[in-house]
Design a protein around this ligand. Sequence first.
Ligand code: SF4
Length: 450
Amino acid sequence: MSSSPEAPETIERLLDHDDDETTAGNYFVANYPPFHFWSAGNAKYVGELISKPSPKETPLGVYFHIPFCRKRCHFCYFRVYTDKNAGEIARYLDAGMKELEVYARSPFINGRKPRFIYFGGGTPSYLSVNQLRSVTDRMKELLPWDEAEEVAFEAEPGTLTEQKLTALKEIGVTRLSLGVENFDAHILEINGRAHRRDEIFRAYNFARSVGFPQINIDLIAGMLEETDENWRENVRQTVELQPDSVTIYQMEVPYNTGIYKTMKTEGKLAAPVATWKHKRAWVDEAFAELEKAGYTVTSGYTAVRDPQKTKFLYRDELWKGADLVGAGVSSFSHIGGVHFQNLADIGEYIETVERGEMPVSRAMATTPEERMIRELILQFKLGRVGRAYFREKFGLDPVERFSQQIDDMQRRGLATLEGDWIVLSRAALLKVDTLLHAFFLPEHQHARYT
Ligand code: SF4
């Protein structure tokens, strides 16, 4: 999928291989500059950063990472733990709160209240009701939630009981995201998912009856043994359930997945999943069916039932440069223009926090230009970029700054200029993660797999 290391990433070159077989590596662009450029040497500066005075006007979010799962999915690339007992989990949660306390007391964060909270994983819903109540009470004491407009929570259907869902609602969760991925029992099984088909419907119906303001369903296009017929059925079932929002990812096969390990053992270069062209066609079909059912496509991955009512603050604020305090093992933070990530091993993370040190493994201070590019490429994922926003915030017009790339996209029918907006076509939106590399600074190109 990559062109030669010396050649600049142009739209044309990037599209050369975009229909290909799925090979190992990361496709999804989560942040900018790429992780490869974050360094262990810079980690020590994070303590200094949070000792600076607070920029009170920047929105603040809090992320807490729960790295536990019932079972490891074959396509999973996260460091997850499937063997921890209640005592070990309690020690991890204590460490997470100790870490958060350091931020809450720091001059940079003290006195600011989070606008959005996100529980990600792993599987946050793996925690028991008691663990959930205790950890969220402590979080609220450290950084009060009374101004939080969104509390998002990722859940695996098989871990949800009526009692747990009621507790989550009482705790203040506003956006419950169900990791359905697929509705077919066999596909769930051979991809190593822990939940069963009937658990999806049970969890969804409980969640609806409890009355969460927003329920999202996650799907993956291109799981092992996915077929056209089954995908159509996935889409039909999703439309029938009428969730407030649907998120669809195209299956990628990073190096640290079970699928890649099997490919390596068998000496295969192509992953045993559909081609990129086929996966895009599945997402395209799903978006078209969702639109027929009244949904609106609001990003390259999302369709929502009522765009006026259903927002996703965590995504939208982060993509506009909000501060994010990420607590927990391997969590990502973005504070005051500095990216950093925590230690990825749970034992090392806990011991470092318990010693009273910051558990940061790598960091990168971004320049204003890098921050501008970061926001631009992340906002491209929404399918529409407002030029006025960039003029006001960064003093430049992206259409002038990236004239070559925008011209190329217009010529190929991938983008149009509509008033003050750069609008991506549906075809461009479905391959947005491929196209974004053309907007990277030259020194950051060709680093997509690291
Ligand atoms: S549930 Fe999510 S985090 Fe857990 S193993 Fe599966 S993909 Fe990984």
